[in-house]
Design a protein around this ligand. Sequence first.
Ligand SMILES: CSCCC(=O)C(=O)COP(=O)(O)O
Ligand SMILES: [Mg+2]
Length: 227
Amino acid sequence: MPIKAILTDIEGTTSAVSFVFDVLFPYAREHLPAYIRSHASEPAVAAQLEAVRGESGEADADIERVIEILLGWIASDRKVTSLKALQGMVWAQGYRAGQLKGHVYPDAVAALREWKGQGYALYVYSSGSIQAQQLIFGCSEAGDLTPLFSGYFDTTSGHKREVASYQRIAEAIGVPAVEVLFLSDVVEELDAAQQAGMCVCGLGRDGGVLGKHETVASFAQIDPRRY
Ligand SMILES: CSCCC(=O)C(=O)COP(=O)(O)O
Ligand SMILES: [Mg+2]
């Protein structure tokens, strides 16, 4: 079956791991405490703080304890939905202030533009919140790339190593899984997508190979017509 939709991961795939670990996470670490202290009563923030209490099992945690929990989760790169939502809100301030510019590999920008022109529907699936995804592509070094995408998926669709997440996404896109090509730098994510029936291609930006999966070092080496 020909590919109709391409679903891509961000960190390590369209964008450098170092941008996430050396720029985004330190920015969140620095600005998240003040952001939470000053926005804690806003419904969108309060709901995520409640979710942190639920996820951590510390129902009575005060604001300072919640901040401590969140900083611990950033340090250990936990992909918890509430942390990701709060990080997105904090990064929004940085992008708005011009302190952050999203990194997207030039080969990814070129290929995504080409595939869009060829009629493929493009989607993003990242552990970063949908807000964070729209920011990295909307405020990227290559300009606003959001017109390229037809939709975004985050951990509210399920975790990236779970087969059911990819089944849910295929259903939401309205394209059979076999007609979706998923791109990622993580073997377990490729395994899960493949088990859901998707075609997969690994991105080994350092030249490495991802398990048994076909792996390329650049988007320039991917031809969706081959699947
Ligand atoms: C959407 S940019 C922020 C990246 C992030 O927070 C993250 O956890 C990256 O996860 P990915 O699923 O893109 O590897
Ligand atoms: Mg990744």
